[in-house]
Design a protein around this ligand. Structure first.
Ligand code: HXC
Length: 513
C-alpha cells in the first residue's frame, strides 16, 4: 500500500514541477511567475482544487512521445476569490512553451463546462506560444473547441483573460471572445502574426512590443481593457474587477454594506466652468457622485473622449458611461462609440445598472470618421443602449447636442430617468452654427452681419441652451443642482431595483457589427 501512496506522491510532485527546475528558473529570469505561483496569489489560501493534474497528451509526432509532462502545460481547477467561486486555468510556459493541443484544450473546456453549469466566472491566465506546432491540425481543432465554448459562455458567466506572456496566432482569439482582457506591461504581447511574418509580408520592421505589447493594445487597438506594471498587480486587478461582477447572468451584482450619510456633495456645484466651451474633467464628477474611491476605469487609455468603468453607489455595483469634455470636447467618434457600446453590452448581460453622465457636443465630423464608418460604429452604441434592459439613468451635466443627445441614453431610447443640471444645454446644435443656418438670409442682408450673427446666436442660446425646453416636454424628469445628484440617484436606483423589462421575442438582434 505504501508503495502505491508513494507512487501517487511522486506523480503529484512531478506534475507540480511542470517543465522542470531549469525552465522555472528561465521563467523567473524573464520576470514572470509560473502558472502555480500565479494561482497561489490569485486564489483564496487553500481554496484551489486542481482538476486534471495527471492528464497527458497522446501525440507521437516529432518526438513528442518523449516529451510527456503531467498536466500538459495547463493547470486547471476551481476555488474561491474573496470567498466567491471561480473556475480558472493557468498556462504553464515551462511545459512546451505553454503551447496548446488536444489534451491542454480538453482541460480548459472541462472547466468552462463546469463554470456554465454552476454559474461562476472563468479566469484564464494566458502564457503560451500558441498552437502546439508538432500536433498540426489537432491543435487548430483544439483552439476552435475553446472558441466555441467561449462563445457559448458569453453572457452566461463573466470571462476574464489575463495575458501574462506571449499570446500568438490563434491564441489571441480566445481572449478576444471573453469579456475583459488584462495585459502585463513589457512582458506580454498579443498578435495574429509576429514580427518575423510581418517583416516578410509587409516589409515593416517592428518589435514585439510595438506590434502587440500592452501599451499598443491599450492605446492603439483597444484590444486590452487594462494594463498592469507586473503580474502581481494584474492578479490584484482581476480580484478588483470581480468585486463588481455578479457570478452569472441570473445573479445580482454584489452589494456592499452601506450606511449612508454623505449623500449631499457640495463640491459638485463648483465643477462646471462659467464658460460653456471650457473643458473640465468628468472623472471629478464621477468621483464626486459615487462612493468614495470606488471608480474602476475600463479602457483608460483608449478613446479617452469617453470614460467607462465600474463604481459603487450606496454599496451597489453600477456601470458608468461618461463623455469626457477634457478630451476632444467629449465628442462622439468611432473609438468612443465602440468602447462605450461594448461596455454597455457587458453591463446589460450581467444585470449591472447603467449611469450615464452626458456632456457631448455631437458626433465628430470629417472624412476620416465618415470613411471609417462612424455611421456603423455610432449605431453600435445606439443599439447597445436601445437594447439594454437594466436600470438606466442619465445625468446631463452640460451639452447634449444633436444625434448624440439621442444616443447617450436618452429617455426616448429607454432610459428610466433623465436628470439635468441647470448648466445643461439640450439642442439640435450649438447656438452659433444654428443661428448661421436658420437666419442665413437675415445675416446676408444685414448691414453688420457679424453683429447679427451674435444677436441671433444669443436668441437661439436663450431659447435652447438650457434644460427647460426638454423638461417642459418631460424628456428630462427633473432639473437638479449638482450637489443633489448622489441622493437623487441612490433613490432612483432603489426605485428601479425590481425593474423587469422584456424585449420582443426573437432569435437575437442584429447589432451593426
Ligand atoms: C510547440 C513551442 C511553441 C509552439 C514555443 N514552444 N512555442 N512548442 N509549439 N507553438 C517551445 C519552444 O520550442 C521551446 O522549447 C519552449 O517552448 C520555449 O520557447 P522559446 O522560444 O525558447 O521561448 P521565448 O524565447 O520566450 O519565445 C517565446 C515565443 C516563441 C515568442 C512564443 O517560442 C515562438 O515564437 N513560438 C512560436 C509561436 C507561434 O508561431 N505559434 C503558433 C501560432 S499559430 P525548448 O524545448 O527549446 O525549451 C496558431 C494557430 C492557431 O496559434 C490557430 C487557431 C485559430
Amino acid at each position: 500500500m505504501n508503495n502505491k501512496f508513494a507512487q501517487l506522491e511522486e506523480k503529484i510532485a512531478e506534475a507540480k514541477l511542470g517543465g522542470g527546475k531549469d525552465r522555472i528558473e528561465a521563467q523567473h529570469k524573464k520576470k514572470k511567475l509560473t502558472a502555480r505561483e500565479r494561482l497561489h496569489f490569485l486564489m483564496d489560501e487553500g481554496s484551489f482544487e486542481e482538476i486534471g493534474m495527471l492528464v497527458k497528451h497522446r501525440s507521437k509526432n516529432f518526438g513528442l512521445d518523449k516529451q510527456q509532462f503531467l498536466g500538459d502545460g495547463v493547470v486547471t481547477g476551481y476555488g474561491t476569490i474573496n470567498g466567491r467561486l471561480v473556475y480558472v486555468y493557468a498556462q504553464d510556459f515551462t511545459v512546451l512553451g505553454g503551447s496548446l493541443a488536444a489534451a491542454h484544450s480538453e482541460k480548459i473546456c472541462r472547466i468552462m463546462d463546469l463554470a456554465m453549469k454552476n454559474g461562476a466566472p472563468v479566469i484564464g491566465l494566458n502564457d503560451s506560444g500558441g498552437a502546439r506546432i508538432q500536433e498540426g491540425v489537432v491543435s487548430l481543432a483544439a483552439y476552435a473547441n475553446i472558441f466555441y465554448k467561449n462563445t457559448l459562455a458569453s453572457g452566461v458567466v463573466p470571462q476574464i483573460s489575463a495575458i501574462m506572456g506571449p499570446c500568438a496566432g490563434g491564441a489571441v482569439y480566445s481572449p478576444a471572445l471573453t469579456d475583459f482582457i488584462m495585459m502585463v506591461e513589457n512582458n506580454s504581447y498579443m498578435y495574429v502574426t509576429g514580427p518575423n511574418v510581418v517583416k516578410t509580408v509587409t516589409h515593416e520592421n517592428v518589435t514585439h512590443e510595438e506590434l502587440g505589447g500592452a501599451m499598443t493594445h491599450a492605446t492603439k487597438s483597444g484590444v486590452t481593457h487594462f494594463t498592469f506594471p507586473n503580474g502581481i498587480e494584474c492578479i490584484k486587478g482581476i480580484k478588483t474587477l470581480l468585486s463588481y461582477l455578479p457570478q452569472n447572468c441570473e445573479d445580482a451584482p454584489p452589494s456592499l454594506p452601506y450606511e449612508g450619510g454623505n449623500e449631499v456633495r457640495p463640491l459638485l456645484d463648483n465643477i462646471i466652468p462659467e464658460n460653456p466651451n471650457q473643458p473640465y474633467d468628468i472623472k471629478e464628477v464621477i468621483d464626486g457622485v459615487i462612493d468614495e474611491l470606488t471608480f474602476f476605469e475600463v479602457h483608460k487609455n483608449y478613446g479617452e473622449n469617453m470614460v467607462v468603468g465600474f463604481g459603487r453607489l450606496a454599496g451597489k455595483s453600477i456601470g458608468i458611461v461618461a463623455n469626457q469634455p477634457a478630451v476632444l470636447a467629449g465628442v462622439l467618434d468611432i473609438h468612443a462609440s465602440q468602447k462605450a457600446a461594448r461596455f454597455v453590452r457587458f453591463c446589460d448581460c450581467f444585470n449591472i445598472p447603467l449611469l450615464v453622465f452626458e456632456d457631448v457636443p455631437g458626433f465628430l465630423p470629417g472624412t476620416d470618421q465618415e470613411w471609417n464608418g462612424i455611421i456603423t460604429n455610432g449605431a453600435k452604441l445606439l443599439f447597445a443602449f436601445c437594447e439594454a434592459t437594466v436600470p438606466r439613468i442619465t445625468v446631463i451635466t452640460r451639452k447634449a447636442y444633436g444625434g448624440a443627445y439621442d444616443v447617450m441614453n436618452s429617455k426616448h431610447i429607454g432610459a428610466d430617468m433623465n436628470y439635468a443640471w441647470p448648466t445643461a444645454e439640450i439642442a439640435v446644435m450649438g447656438a452659433k452654427g444654428a443661428a448661421e443656418i436658420i437666419f442665413k438670409n437675415e445675416i446676408q442682408k444685414a448691414k453688420n452681419p457679424q453683429a447679427t450673427i451674435k444677436e441671433k446666436e444669443k436668441e437661439y442660446a436663450e431659447m435652447f441652451a438650457n434644460p427647460y425646453r426638454a423638461a417642459a416636454r418631460g424628456y428630462v424628469d427633473e432639473v437638479i443642482k449638482p450637489h443633489q445628484t448622489r441622493e437623487k440617484l441612490i433613490k432612483a436606483y432603489k426605485m428601479l431595483e425590481n425593474k423587469a423589462e422584456k424585449l420582443p421575442k426573437k432569435k437575437h438582434g442584429n447589432i451593426p457589427l
